[in-house]
Design a protein around this ligand. Structure first.
Ligand code: AOF
Ligand code: ZN
Length: 376
C-alpha cells in the first residue's frame, strides 16, 4: 500500500471509531463518523448522534478550532446531497473550503446514491474512495439492507446448552446462560430497532422484552437508550391483554391473520394501545414473514433482533431471512428430552444449512458464536 493510501486508511479508521459512538442512537439514520485533517493533524472530528441532529460532517466542521480551508475530510459514508431533516453535507463541505473528501462507501439511500460525490467533484473538490469499505459497510448493516432491499437486517439470537437444547421438555428455560451473556443480549437489544418474538414464547415465559442497561454500563449510555419496538407474531391474536410484552402497548406491534381473530378479544387488546397489523398470508396459508419484515423496514426499522422459540426461529431461517445467527452456548447438558434449538426438518446431509463462522468469544462462562447463514 502506498504511503498516501496508508494515511487514508488510518484516518478513515478513526472516522469509523467515531461513527461507532452512534451505535445505539442514530436510528433510523446510519452511523457516520468524520475527521478533518490539515497538515497531517486532526483539526476537527464529529459523528452523527441522532436523527434530526447534525450529520457527522457538519459536527466535525463545527468542532474545528482553526480554518478548515484546504483541509481533507474523511467520512465513513458519502456526504449527503439532499435536503432531509438537515441540509446537504456536500454543500457544507464545499462552502467551508474543504479541498479533498475521502469517503468510506457510497450512500445506498436512493436520494443520495452517488449524487453527493458528483456534487463535490463538480465544485472542484477532489474525491477519493472507497477507503475501508468493508468496515464502513459493517457500521450500518441494517440501514444498508433496508435501503438496498427494503428489508431490515435480521439477527436471530439463541441461547443453548452444550447439547444444543434451549429449554426443558416442560418449557422451563430460565436461565440457561449466565449473567454476562444476558447483559450482552441487553446490548444487542439496545442496538436493535425492533425485537421480534412469537406467541409461543410470550405464553411460555411472559417476557417484557425491554432494554435494561445499568447506569454504570461501560459500553451503553443508559440515559440515551431507547426502547425498541416489540413485535409479536401471533396468527390467531391469542395474546392475553395483560401480557408484560404489551406494556406499554403503544411500543408494541402485533402481526396476526385477519380471518383467525375473535372480535371481543381484538377489542380488549386494542384498549392496551397495541398496534395490530393484519399480516399478508403466503401460499401455505401462514403469515408471510418476508412481507411482515418488509412492513417493518417501511417504518424505518434497520436492525431486528429475533428472540423466540424453535418454531418461529426455524421459520425465519427457512425463509432465508436470517442475516446473522448469534448463539450463546452454556456449559450445561440439558439432556435428550429437552427442546432443540430450532425446528428445522431436514432428512439428508445435502440439505443441511451451512453457516459461515464470523466470530467466537467467551462471555462469562458461556461462549458467544456469530454465524452468517449461507443460503443456496
Ligand atoms: C451524511 N452524514 O452523518 C449522515 C448521513 O434526514 P436527514 O437530514 O438526517 O438525512 C438522513 C439521510 O442522510 C440518511 O438516510 C442517509 O442517507 C444520510 N445520512 N449522511 O452525509 C451523516 N447520517
Ligand atoms: Zn449529511
Amino acid at each position: 500500500m502506498s504511503d498516501e493510501m496508508q494515511k487514508h486508511t488510518e484516518y478513515m479508521s478513526q472516522a469509523v471509531q467515531l461513527a461507532k459512538k452512534g451505535l445505539y442512537t442514530t436510528h433510523p439514520n446510519p452511523r457516520v463518523g468524520c475527521v478533518i485533517v490539515k497538515d497531517d493533524r486532526i483539526i476537527g472530528e464529529g459523528f452523527h448522534a441522532r436523527a434530526g441532529e447534525g450529520h457527522a460532517e457538519v459536527n466535525a466542521l463545527a468542532s474545528a478550532m482553526e480554518s478548515v480551508e484546504g483541509a481533507t475530510a474523511y467520512v465513513t459514508l458519502e456526504p449527503c446531497s439532499h435536503q432531509g431533516k438537515t441540509p446537504p453535507c456536500a454543500d457544507a463541505l464545499i462552502k467551508a473550503g474543504i479541498a479533498v473528501v475521502v469517503y468510506g462507501m457510497q450512500d445506498p439511500n436512493p436520494q443520495v446514491a452517488g449524487r453527493g460525490l458528483a456534487k463535490l467533484e463538480k465544485a472542484g473538490v477532489q474525491v477519493i474512495g472507497p477507503v475501508l469499505e468493508n468496515e464502513c459497510e459493517r457500521l450500518n448493516l441494517g440501514f444498508n439492507k433496508r435501503m438496498r432491499e427494503g428489508l431490515p437486517y435480521i439477527r436471530l439470537k439463541m441461547a443453548m446448552s452444550l447439547d444444543g437444547r434451549t429449554a426443558m421438555e416442560s418449557g422451563e428455560s430460565q436461565w440457561i446462560t449466565g449473567s454476562a451473556a444476558r447483559l450482552d443480549v441487553q446490548r444487542l437489544r439496545a442496538q436493535s430497532d425492533a425485537i421480534v418474538t412469537g406467541i409461543g414464547s410470550v405464553i411460555l415465559d411472559n417476557p417484557s422484552m425491554t432494554v435494561r442497561i445499568d447506569s454504570d454500563d461501560q459500553e451503553v449510555d443508559s440515559k440515551s437508550v431507547r426502547q425498541p419496538l416489540r413485535v409479536i407474531m401471533d396468527t390467531a391474536l391469542s395474546i392475553p391483554p395483560e401480557a408484560k410484552i404489551l406494556k406499554p402497548g403503544k411500543e408494541a406491534l402485533m402481526f396476526c391473520v385477519e380471518e383467525d381473530i375473535e372480535q371481543e378479544h381484538f377489542d380488549a387488546l386494542k384498549k392496551t394501545g397495541v398496534n395490530i397489523e393484519f399480516a399478508p398470508v403466503g401460499e401455505d396459508g401462514r403469515m408471510d414473514l418476508i412481507e411482515c419484515m418488509g412492513l417493518l423496514a417501511d417504518q424505518g426499522i434497520n436492525e431486528v433482533l429475533v428472540e423466540t422459540g424453535a418454531e418461529l426461529a426455524g421459520a425465519f431461517l427457512r425463509e432465508g431471512l436470517v442475516d446473522e445467527l448469534v448463539v450463546y452456548v452454556a456449559p450445561k447438558l440439558l439432556g435428550s428430552d429437552a427442546r432443540p434449538l430450532m425446528r428445522l426438518p431436514i432428512d439428508v446431509m445435502k440439505d443441511a444449512v451451512e453457516l459461515e463462522l464470523e466470530s467466537v468469544r467467551s462471555v462469562g462462562n458461556d461462549l458467544k458464536m456469530v454465524y452468517f447463514p449461507k443460503y443456496l
